[in-house]
Design a protein around this ligand. Structure first.
Ligand SMILES: Nc1ncnc2c1ncn2[C@@H]1O[C@H](COP(=O)(O)OP(=O)(O)OP(=O)(O)O)[C@@H](O)[C@H]1O
Length: 282
């Protein structure tokens, strides 16, 4: 029996010797006109740690490296991708399906905010409806010629992320954390969920890790000392990147100009993803 066993075989993907129910395949096929090479989920154990920001910056970094990128905003109740990229137009559809909206540098995006009459309307749907909408972003959207589709996952380890993992074949996930007390437990939860769903974890990204004082150039750990290395070691994971708290980043996000951010923090993650594609194409 797996150490992660929650006694619910129907929601578990692990093939252990004590399985009492057959493993049900909930996976959905993408739109028949889609072509997607790799699907990467960006997750966090709790909200507000900068998951959407890391998704956006990673997409921009990979775009700068020459890849064709899509972002599926699965954070239905708190969609932040259109705002970060300054997208105001609505998504259009045809008899074939729904088309993503392209950003200024050519990143394809789909988000519930691109479908609402008024993007400031709250989404007050229940879990199954939210999960259904995320599935539609996979099955009904035409993701054409995408090398990497990044999924900005809903925060936490509840119903919706579970459905996303079951229905979309995610090739790997990146766990975003911030240096706070509860991080160890939160990372453990995200790691266990990924293991149960049989999805490889590519590593951890620590956001808001430090602040570099513009006056003396020194780094300060505003949220306290980071324990990310210990946590990574405990779960045998890699720390892929550490991002500073940077008012220029939040300003770029607020102004819809994340594509203009300056910084190479996520290039190491880009190299790992590049290897994934190269291995696939060999
Ligand atoms: N490193 C950073 N430096 C400055 N501002 C940041 C940084 N990381 C995140 N922020 C700001 O914090 C806010 C929350 O970030 P973001 O929306 O990415 O979090 P999230 O984890 O996706 O939240 P939720 O899951 O609740 O939607 C945003 O306004 C963002 O601009």
């Amino acid at each position: 029996m797996s150490e992660n066993c929650n006694d619910n075989c129907s929601s578990c993907a692990e093939e252990c010797g004590e399985r009492r129910e057959p493993r049900i395949d909930f996976s959905e096929s993408p739109h028949e006109m889609s072509s997607i090479k790799k699907v990467i989920g960006i997750v966090s154990g709790k909200g507000g740690v900068g998951k959407s920001l890391v998704t956006s910056m990673l997409a921009v970094t990979m775009r700068r490296m020459g890849y064709d990128i899509g972002i599926l905003d699965a954070d239905i109740t708190g969609p932040s991708i259109p705002k970060a990229f300054g997208i105001t137009e609505r998504a259009k559809g045809s008899e074939f399906g729904l088309f993503p909206v392209r950003t200024k540098t050519g990143i394809d995006t789909m988000s519930v905010n691109l479908l609402l009459e008024d993007p400031s309307d709250p989404v007050v749907w229940r879990g199954p409806i939210i999960a259904g909408r995320v599935k539609q972003f996979w099955t009904d959207v035409i993701w054409s010629g995408v090398d990497f589709l990044f999924i900005d996952m809903p925060p936490g380890t509840g119903d919706v992320p579970l459905t996303v993992f079951q229905s979309i074949p995610v090739d790997g996930i990146i766990v975003v954390t911030s240096p706070q007390e509860l991080v160890s437990m939160i990372v453990s939860k995200a790691v266990k969920m990924a293991e149960m769903m049989d999805v490889p974890i590519l590593g951890l990204v620590e956001n808001m890790s430090y602040f570099t004082c513009p006056d003396n150039g020194k780094d300060y750990q505003i949220f306290g000392e980071s324990h990310i290395e210990e946590i990574a070691e405990k779960h045998q994971l890699d720390v892929l990147a550490k991002l500073p708290i940077d008012p220029k980043i939040s300003a770029a996000c607020d102004q819809g100009m994340i594509e203009l951010f300056e910084g190479d923090w996520l290039e190491s993650v880009g190299e790992i993803l590049k290897e994934m594609i190269e291995e696939m194409e060999e």
